[in-house]
Design a protein around this ligand. Structure first.
Ligand SMILES: [Zn+2]
Ligand SMILES: [Zn+2]
Length: 288
């Protein structure tokens, strides 16, 4: 059975995110472990971590994904921002370990420049440690972006490269991280027409030909406000965007993405939005 979840709020305490997810009928979930728009962090108190682990165990939610802070930019031209970003990435992984979360998701920075990808790889290795000497139990996942590498033709850029799955797989391999999070909105916006028969399997092959099977660890299931190849990172309710229900269903039915857990990052203006999108997602993942 494919596991389905949503991004939930940690307002009121980390363990509240689990209760919210369970109330929505989720099997898995994604959270921020702190305010994702600020550098300020307070440590997770041991009792808060213990409460999270206990509640998670009781509710049977699995896996737990942490989305890293939006401020992380390992490609910044400013040394201070790069140093803070490295520190923050380490904190995200340490916080994941503290509460027993399985994965941390990172968007690779835009505008890394010519030597940017090499430098990015070095920096990430310096945080996570080398193979066999990993500093953290939680795995790091890189998420594909909505950029336009195939049309841009500009200088090499890690953020742009990360919208090509083969390039992303290469960065994953060289960094020695756990795998990939594939976002359907970003994928569609970057030019992968996931509505087309065979496209999802071809994409899975782009990854597995370099990394082997099982390295796509998460699907961010979102419809897209932007058109195919638009480069727009604008999430839409399932079935209300340019991918559409039939396209999303076909994508989910592909062998290449079978069994990969799904987390929704659809718009949330009202609480009922999650209920609606989860209901739609359940109907999409149901085998015919
Ligand atoms: Zn996403
Ligand atoms: Zn997005």
């Amino acid at each position: 059975m494919r596991r389905l979840g949503v991004h939930t709020s940690i307002a009121g305490g980390l363990d509240k995110s689990l209760i919210r997810a369970k109330e929505l009928g989720c099997d898995t979930l994604q959270i921020f472990s702190h305010n994702p728009r600020g550098w300020a962090l307070s440590d997770i108190a041991p009792d808060e971590a213990a409460a999270f682990r206990k509640t998670r165990e009781k509710l049977g939610l699995d896996p737990v994904f942490i989305h890293s802070c939006y401020l992380i930019n390992l490609a910044s031209q400013y040394l201070e921002i790069r140093e803070r970003s490295l520190w923050m990435l380490g904190q995200e992984l340490a916080r994941a370990d503290a509460i027993g979360a399985d994965y941390v998701i990172l968007h690779l920075a835009q505008a890394a420049g010519e030597d940017g990808i090499e430098s990015l790889i070095m920096q990430i290795r310096s945080v996570i440690g080398r193979k066999g000497k990993k500093r953290f139990r939680a795995g790091l996942l890189f998420e594909n972006t909505a950029g336009l590498p195939r049309k841009a033709g500009g200088p090499k850029d890690a953020g742009a490269a990360a919208s090509s799955l083969s390039a992303l797989a290469q960065i994953v391999e060289e960094c020695g991280v756990a795998g990939i999070c594939f976002d359907t909105c970003h994928g569609f916006a970057s030019g992968y027409d996931i509505r087309e028969p065979g496209q999802a399997d071809a994409m899975a092959e782009e990854v597995s030909s370099r990394l082997g099977q099982g390295k796509i660890k998460l699907i961010h299931l979102n419809d897209s406000k932007g058109a195919l190849g638009s480069g727009l990172d604008r999430h839409e309710h399932l079935g209300k965007g340019k991918i559409g229900l039939a396209g999303l269903r076909r994508f989910l039915a592909s062998a290449g993405f079978a069994e990969v857990p799904v987390v929704l990052e659809t718009p949330k203006e009202a609480e009922s939005d999650d209920v609606m999108n989860i209901k739609t997602a359940r109907s999409l993942i149901k085998p015919d």
